[in-house]
Write a protein that binds this ligand. Structure first.
Ligand code: UDX
Ligand code: UDX
Length: 439
């Protein structure tokens, strides 16, 4: 099939490359000419494991191309996915300006049947608005006498890709959700995903949009729940890792997304929870539960800082080494990374920060001021009064902690992701503090 993806960011690019991989001819659009130039040269602008070799393979096979022109993409493709960003407004509501712009521009260039699919996370009823925008902006020849004489469909197909394992998630989804209002749209989307051999959930557009909101909110709730449990564990001398394990064996609960830490970050959960709270409020329902989820998430960072203050006593003028900056491992993404707030809070207290991340240093330099970025974890540890583990990159497990202890001013580790074994670190002479491991 001929498919276009508008917006070639973390979601759009992975979707485009993977759709080529399952046999389609894909044209990816982005309104950033620099990005498109790089993509055409075969350079992937983000760090996402497994993406680059696939992208190069399908570019070579001429199954994957890049353009800045929505016109070109609209004319070449039958199915057009919209995957542009949906940033937050001050109120927490999703800003759909980019989605509207894209819908309008697609309308201007439609010349035959098209299926327009929203991939970006959007509030319920956005599908209807996209449809209306397209109808109102179709060329005059298709709008004679107040009647539309061109067929098109709008559908919703939310993404559930996790950064860092997005290619794997695309190829092996738990399910594909398609929200449609016509059989033609349903059949086309079934055709798109046929090679994946997965369960396809078909529903109307509003329900598909709600599935995305409900899923992300539920996952965020799971994380805040275990983070709240971790706070109690600290107080009563229980170990949250064992608690999560014990709970997780119950099939009704499941072990995943029960890792206590410094709170969820990234481009989705914080923004989507805000947007869903706002959407519910506007519809007349006060989603108190989700407000508390957000509150617990914020508290988790503050509690981490308090723990550091408690053990260091005075933070001012202390040197603090930071391992890991990205909002999760295997990505270079710094959007809403908890490390940013934590570093800012420590800087406000007068701490000197030295930091290292395997992939996110470039993006970190754009948003963190006054941080000394180091070439490796050992350089970050050198002369530090304590070390913070903020992203659980697997390679940090294999560090030489004897060497690190020798480099540090004081051998104290605050493990914000429970990556290390307390016993192992204590054996080489560290004071070790995890999250919810009991005091
Ligand atoms: C996606 C989804 O779209 C968002 O709804 C979800 O909540 C998070 O994931 P993401 O791919 O992470 O967004 O965003 P980003 O990496 O910023 O990519 C968006 C791309 O769209 C950028 O490359 C941007 O240049 C492009 N864009 C933006 C357009 O091509 N046209 C526009 O009008 C606006
Ligand atoms: C998320 C959803 O998982 C995905 O389905 C959706 O489409 C986009 O948003 P992503 O943000 O890429 O994906 O990463 P995810 O693995 O969900 O992690 C989000 C945040 O939660 C990270 O900051 C991570 O560190 C944190 N997290 C996750 C925890 O703190 N504990 C956990 O148990 C799991």
């Amino acid at each position: 099939m001929n498919i276009a993806i508008v917006g070639s960011g973390y979601v759009g690019l992975v979707t485009g490359v993977c759709l080529a991989h399952i046999g389609h001819r894909v044209i990816c659009v982005d309104n950033d000419p620099e990005k498109v130039k790089k993509l055409r040269q075969g350079k992937v602008p983000i760090y996402e494991p497994g993406l680059e070799p696939l992208m190069l393979k399908y570019m070579k096979k001429k199954q994957l191309s890049f353009t800045t022109s929505i016109k070109e993409a609209t004319q070449k493709a039958t199915v057009i996915f919209i995957a542009v960003g949906t940033p937050s407004k001050k109120t927490g509501e999703a800003d759909l300006t980019y989605v509207e712009n894209v819908a309008r521009e697609i309308a201007l260039h439609i010349d035959s049947y098209k299926l327009i699919v929203e991939k970006s996370t959007v509030p319920a009823e956005t599908g209807k608005r996209i449809e209306r925008t397209i109808k109102m902006n179709l060329p005059k020849k298709f709008r004679q006498g107040g009647r539309i004489n061109l067929e098109f469909d709008v559908a919703s197909n939310p993404e559930f890709l996790r950064e860092g394992s997005a290619v794997e998630d695309f190829m092996n989804p738990d399910r594909v959700v398609i929200g449609v209002e016509s059989k033609r749209a349903e059949n086309l989307l079934r055709e798109v995903y046929k090679p994946l051999k997965t369960t396809i959930i078909v529903t109307n557009i509003n329900s598909a949009e709600m599935i995305k909101h409900a899923s992300n909110s539920f996952l965020a709730t799971k994380i805040s729940f275990i983070n709240a449990i971790s706070r109690v564990c600290d107080r009563v001398g229980a170990d949250v890792l064992k608690v999560a394990e014990g709970m997780g064996f119950d099939k009704r609960i499941g072990r995943s997304f029960l890792d206590a830490g410094i709170g969820y970050g990234g481009s989705c959960f914080p923004k989507d929870v805000d947007a869903f709270i706002r959407l519910s409020e506007k519809s007349g329902y006060d989603f108190h539960l989700l407000k508390e989820v957000r509150h617990v998430n914020e508290q988790q960072k503050a509690a981490f800082i308090k723990h550091i203050e408690d053990k260091l006593w005075i933070v001012k003028n202390k040197t603090i080494g930071v391992l890991g900056l990205a909002f999760k491992p295997n990505t270079d993404d710094m959007r809403n990374a908890p490390a940013v707030d934590i570093i800012h809070m420590l800087q406000e207290e007068g701490a000197k920060i030295k930091a290292y991340d395997p992939q996110a240093m470039g993006n970190s330099k754009k948003i963190l001021r006054g941080v000394q970025f180091c070439k490796d974890p050992y350089a970050a540890a050198k002369d530090s009064n304590c070390l913070l583990l903020l992203t659980e990159w697997p390679e940090f497990r294999a560090l030489d902690f004897k060497k690190i202890r020798g480099l540090m001013e004081q051998p104290i580790i605050f493990d914000g992701r429970n990556l290390f074994h307390k016993y192992n670190l204590e054996e080489v002479g560290f004071e070790y503090y995890g999250i919810g491991r009991g005091k």
